[in-house]
Design a protein around this ligand. Sequence first.
Ligand SMILES: [Zn+2]
Length: 243
Amino acid sequence: MHPDKKWLKYAREVLQAPPDLLKCCDGGNPSNSSDPAHAARIRRWPGYIGKRYAIGRVLLVGAIHNPAKLFQAIGNDLEQEIRNWVEEPSAGSDGRYLDAVRRSYTAAYEEWAKKTVWKNFKCLLRYCKLGFDEVAFTNLAKCYLEPQRPQGKRVDYAEFVRRCNSHYPINDLCEAIKPALVLIASEAKKITEMTPIKVCTESSLPLVYRFVNAGPKHGQRNGEPIKQWGPIAAQHYRNALGR
Ligand SMILES: [Zn+2]
């Protein structure tokens, strides 16, 4: 089965369960504490699959959405396309949904890549000699942390990832679209333990690299800067594919 079909199945699972598009791990936006601009937003975001993604390519994985950046780039058009797709499944709507996701994320990519997490992703793709249209992207948590929620009423970040990943395990997506390299922008031990990825004993794939996502050490892996471990990871990836 083409990876697009696997992706569509996964994306539909993320968007349809629980059925309310406005809810996920923290139960949605409580009316008394949220930013009204976010109250009607779609809560769960499956991510992106490039037009030239194929089995054996790369899956980029963030930890959790930053809603400000997500919506600044995504805009209302994609949300409408998503609602249309969820309501009316058909081959035609599948194509329109994929086109809309690709348009939005490709436009957002250059903007996001100016800062930390995506800057590191872009750097790693350069080492791998891959374009953004050859990779897929998702977050460990499909839903986003509401920015305006008062401290104390907010679910802890790691707990949020744990809950969301228990609904949509990252390993399920890896088994569906079979990347040969998975790059995860989170090195926190707690998060690593709650988001295991099975490695095939015969092929030793996928290769999985986790690195620091934010702060002064962003990009580091086991204390090494990205310019050291990144090219080695890319070489391992090419070796694994026999390139
Ligand atoms: Zn969630």
